[in-house]
Design a protein around this ligand. Structure first.
Ligand SMILES: *Cc1c(COP(=O)(O)O)cnc(C)c1O
Length: 496
């Protein structure tokens, strides 16, 4: 017998005498920190909190499960309906079901393709999953359009305001600004590394005229921006006073939203009856961790390929067990120019048997000694599902050119990293889905260098690029940053 209690469906055996209408007994999903000592929270608090108070990242206490029958039933459903079914398992009763599905519908109605994330066949068992049909033509829109609506809903419900601070290596900022611009309950500050994002990416952020949008160009790398962000979230006094909330991929709600297209695409290719492989252009490890989450929920994924550019800390870690950041190298795929992949901590937590003490120890070693080593057991558990491939700049350019020549399909450099890695992964007979994370028009110079042709610019993008820019350049200094935010943040005293 299937019962629906609150927002959870679960199976009750005929022999149990289970009273219905007992909301207290609904098995609500809680979230725990990867470092083991921050308080357990429910979905909305996790969404508003970002980084946990012990410096860790929130993960579900247990992985919600979808049975093969439930997964099979996704076949043929519109994207937003699958999204609602997958994500309600993570949201629990925090947001009423009707309201949640309306927010999900509204988020994906902003996409210009009916399928939201269409699949394109490039060759036998080689597929591309286009994730760039949102308002900023970046896959970040998928999570951000939903996150902005969920946060706004929660804050209004609580009669609260929040200050969002995010760091971006490119696409997150544009997608966040697009999604949060003009939302009443929120001031948003986005840090980007000065001179290290593409022209298009910068303009997508800095041309917003919304009063609540504050663009900051930090004189440093993306990792410097991320370090400043971490420092802010560990500064509990300011964090509370400003009601800081994060929208970087450490925010669980983003991972949750990204797990949906793994289900949608795998089911379209025959899952759960047939397993699928994914190849994921990776930077901060959020997207590929969403694939891991889908796998833990019951989606049959044989292999998750981590595709990186020459900033290949993850490839080295998987090969040798040694996680050790190098200097960041600027490449044609700037959204992946990252050496400290924040979400990797979530995977380490899993590999370490969910032992927060062990994660703390590894992270302390990273901070103190510039690197750490995984144990043999941890490493072999990772290698069971993940493999990792480095793609250099020459191969990126060759891939864009070869794919265009052989199939007529023009891809951006991030997607090319994925396609090159997929090409180098031995087939196991299951379809390989490479995630396409950006529209080629966002990286016209690389595309033109490889193909000789300037990619077509969609009207949606063109309109934005002509507008005036607004941003402030700040030195890479915590005090300078906090002074800047202080004069503009939402403060608790504004709460009524
Ligand atoms: C953010 C981004 C990535 C990397 O995704 P992660 O979740 O950080 O691993 C890849 N490609 C593009 C275009 C992106 O914007």
């Amino acid at each position: 017998m299937r019962l629906r209690v609150g927002r959870f469906a679960f199976t009750v055996r005929a022999v149990t005498t289970m009273p219905v209408n007992m909301p207290d007994q609904v098995n609500e999903l809680r979230y725990v920190s990867t470092r083991g000592s921050a308080p357990e929270l429910g979905f909305e608090d996790v969404m508003l909190t970002g980084l946990a108070r012990d410096g860790g990242l929130y993960v579900p206490q247990t992985w919600p499960q979808l049975t093969p029958t439930e997964i099979e039933a996704f076949s043929g459903l519109p994207y937003a309906q699958v999204a609602t079914r997958v994500m309600e398992l993570f949201v629990g009763s925090d947001i009423p079901q009707d309201e949640f599905s309306e927010l999900v519908e509204a988020a994906y109605a902003t996409f210009s393709h009916d399928a939201v994330t269409p699949l394109v066949e490039l060759g036998p068992d080689q597929w591309l999953l286009e994730l760039f049909h949102g308002p900023t033509l970046a896959f970040k829109d998928i999570a951000m359009q939903l996150l902005a609506r969920l946060m706004d809903r929660t804050l209004q419900h609580r009669k609260a305001r929040a200050t969002i601070v995010g760091a971006t290596s490119g696409d997150t900022g544009g997608a966040a600004i697009e999604a949060f611009a003009g939302r009443e309950a929120i001031e948003i500050f986005i840090l980007h590394p000065h001179g290290r994002v593409s022209d298009v990416q910068r303009r997508q952020m800095t041309t917003s005229s919304a009063e609540n949008v504050h663009n900051i160009a930090i004189e440093g790398t993306f990792d410097d921006c991320q370090a400043l962000l971490k420092a802010l979230f560990n500064d509990h006094e300011r964090r509370d006073r400003w009601s800081l909330a994060g929208v970087n991929s450490i925010n669980w709600a983003r991972i949750m939203a990204q797990s949906v297209y793994y289900f949608v695409s795998a089911v379209a290719l025959g899952a759960p009856g047939r397993p699928v492989n994914f190849c994921v252009p990776t930077g901060n490890f959020g997207d590929v961790f969403a694939g891991y989450a889908a796998s833990r929920m019951g989606l049959p994924i044989n292999r998750l390929v981590i595709a990186t550019n020459v900033n290949d800390i993850l490839v080295r870690a998987l090969k040798t067990g040694r996680y050790e950041p190098n200097k960041v190298v600027a490449t044609s795929s700037p959204s992946m120019d990252i050496q400290v992949s924040s979400n990797f901590e979530r995977l380490i937590f899993e590999a370490a048997g969910r032992d927060g003490t062990r994660v703390c120890q590894l992270m302390d070693t990273l901070a103190g000694q510039g690197g750490f080593s995984l144990s043999e057991d941890e490493l072999s558990s990772l290698r069971g599902l993940f493999s990792a491939v480095t793609v250099d700049e020459t191969e990126v350019e060759n891939t864009i050119r070869d794919v265009a020549r052989d199939t007529g399909y023009v891809c951006d450099p991030h997607t090319a990293v994925g396609l090159a890695a997929a090409r180098r992964t031995k087939s196991d007979g299951a379809p390989m889905v490479t995630l396409s994370t950006a529209h080629p028009a966002k990286f016209p110079d690389s595309v033109e260098a490889a193909t000789g042709k300037h990619p077509d610019v969609p009207p949606r993008l063109e309109q934005r690029l002509g507008a005036d820019e607004r941003y402030t350049v700040l030195e890479n200094d915590y005090g300078v940053l906090t002074d800047f935010i202080e004069s503009r943040a939402s403060t608790v005293s504004e709460l009524t």
